[in-house]
Structure formats: C-alpha cells, structure tokens
Design a binder for this molecule. Sequence first.
Ligand SMILES: [Cu+2]
Length: 194
Amino acid sequence: MKTKLLLIAFLAIYSLNAQTTHNIDWERNVTVDLTIEVGDIVVWTWTDPFPHTVENMPGNSVENFDSGTLTGIGLTFSHTFTIEGDNDYFCGIHGAGSMSGTITVDATASINEEVFKTFTILPNPAKSIITVKIPNNTNTLEIEVLNITGKRVLYKSLNSTVNTTLNLTALQSGMYLVRVTSGRTSQTKRLVKL
Ligand SMILES: [Cu+2]
C-alpha cells in the first residue's frame, strides 16, 4: 500500500512537463538576472533581516507583480511568469541602484514535445534488453532510467538517434520510469523490470 502511494506521487512528479522553479536570494546589494521559460516560477527569499519589496518596474516589464513590504529572513515571494518578454524588477525600499534584476521569459520548447509523445519501450515488462524507439528524432537527447525513489540508475546520451537499447540486467525487479529529455523538455514512461 505504501509502495503504491509512493508510486503515485512519483508518477505525478515525473509526468509533469518541466515547470522549473528558480530561486533568488533577496538582500541588499544584489542584482539577479534570469532567463526562464513561460510557465516557470521565480521565488525570492529574504536572506537579510531588512524590509524589502519585489516589484516590477512600471513601463519596463510585461507582467505586474508586487510583494508588498516583507521583513524577515526566510520569507518568500513567488510569481509564475506566463508572458514572453522582459521584466525589470527592483526593491521599492532600497531602490533599483541597490536591489534589482531582469527576468527574461522565453517561449517554452514545446516543439520538442511532439518527438516524445510517441516514444516507445519494447518489450515492457522486460527482463534484460529494452529498445527505446523515438520516431523522427533530430535532437540531442538524454535517456534516463529512474528507480522508485527518483534516483537515476541508467543513463545514455544520444545524438539524432531513433532507436537505442538499454541493458536492465543489473537492476532489481520492480517499477521504473524511463525519462527522455531534450533541453528542458522531457517525457516519461513507466517500465517494469521482471
Ligand atoms: Cu530592499
């Protein structure tokens, strides 16, 4: 029962398409520029004891956000960016000369997702050798096999390869996930090792 719950949690985490969380330590005299993708989250964490805000620079940002004044180490403010473009931000208390940055939001690499929707694992369940088939692949890909705790147990990097084999002989019997990644886009499928 416990294993089943763990598996459900595990699948929920790994079947989501990459929504990345980016962390910024927010304190006096820092400038932090980031390039992220649409849908990513940025979390600012207060790392000194002084009052600060995080707010977009009016006229120089495509999104609006404002934390209000927060005081205390460990407090956070987060914003999910959903629009392509640049967002200058600053601390309204200490000013842009002391605390500022730019969040550049790029389109997601969703084109690559088409590649992975159809990747197949044969045979599955499998005892030793599996073939991973990725139709029409022209990308550099990483293939990983993860165990139920999320630990990587096998890894292979490929260049424009459509079929590759992995040897599972050394793995214990049970449930695994096969994850294929190109850049920041990944797709995951379940694999049973006999
Ligand atoms: Cu400040």
